[in-house]
Design a protein around this ligand. Structure first.
Ligand SMILES: C[S@@+](CC[C@H](N)C(=O)[O-])C[C@H]1O[C@@H](n2cnc3c(N)ncnc32)[C@H](O)[C@@H]1O
Length: 248
């Protein structure tokens, strides 16, 4: 997958794109990220990419002519790119959208700053995506979030596809609790079932704890999920049998 990013602050991408899973995926050539300075498309000698808003008011607006020139050039060299504006007015990013975006050959992410873009830029945008109901200073952090959640779903980026299936949201539930060594930390013990070696019991325990966690932390997800018979059984046990989750 190829991801191009258009920004006034290319330096914000340097360290995040060199680190961790995404850094490795780029190194291995599974994903390719190109960060482009929007200012390079300004024609005047000061490379001005923003200007005062018509009608007055505080702040600066990113210029439509500069941005549309950049988009025209990028669409010419990469006509397959899906163009996404990072914007608080967009659809809020979730795992389902990330899965859909991971299937694209190429993404072009537009990062705003100041008061955002001149509205006319929208004529060349396919989607607007927000990462939540709050205002960031710029779209760079939002683009990094989108790159992270999308790239890790591209086949080959994570070592094992299995861990994607188990993760929170992948099945409409939060993930079950995880433990590692040591078995005992002070008085805190690892649930015995996880040490039993019985794979079927571990599977059932994890499913039930996943439902318990979702019920406690995100009941809205449970309402939306179409529970199967086994899952409905665990939910009933948790709700009606005084099962406080002793985790044994
Ligand atoms: C300071 S914000 C502009 C906010 C704009 N004046 C408004 O009130 O909607 C500057 C840029 O940050 C990015 N941004 C801010 N919040 C965002 C969010 N929640 N999700 C995605 N991008 C965001 C957008 O690219 C936006 O153009």
């Amino acid at each position: 997958m190829k991801i191009s990013v258009l920004t006034l602050f290319p330096e914000m991408f340097e360290s995040p794109l060199r680190s961790s899973l995404i850094g490795k995926a780029i190194e291995r050539g599974i994903i390719q990220v190109e960060v482009i300075n929007l200012r390079d498309f300004a024609l005047d000698k000061h490379k001005q990419a923003d200007d005062y808003p018509f009608g007055g008011g505080a702040g600066m607006v990113i210029k439509a002519d500069v941005t549309l020139r950049a988009l025209e050039e990028l669409h010419r060299t990469n006509p397959e790119a899906r163009t996404i504006l990072m914007s608080p007015a967009g659809k809020i990013l979730n795992q389902e959208m990330a899965r859909e975006l991971a299937g694209e050959k190429s993404l072009l992410l537009l990062c705003g700053h100041y008061e955002g873009f001149d509205e006319r830029v929208l004529t060349e945008v396919d989607d607007q995506i927000s990462i939540g109901d709050y205002i960031l200073t710029g779209g760079e952090m939002a683009a990094l979030v989108l790159i992270e959640v999308t790239a890790r779903l591209v086949p080959g980026v994570l070592g094992s596809e299995k861990s994607i299936d188990d993760e929170s949201f992948s099945e409409g539930l939060l993930e079950y609790p995880q433990y590692t060594r040591p078995r005992q930390v002070g008085e805190l013990e690892v649930p015995a079932v996880l040490l039993s070696g019985n794979h079927e019991e571990i599977r059932r325990w994890r499913k039930k704890e996943s439902i318990r966690k979702t019920l406690l932390a995100r009941p809205d997800l449970l309402i939306k999920k179409n529970l199967d018979e086994e899952e409905r059984g665990y939910l009933m046990e948790i709700l009606f049998s005084g099962d406080g989750g002793d985790q044994q």
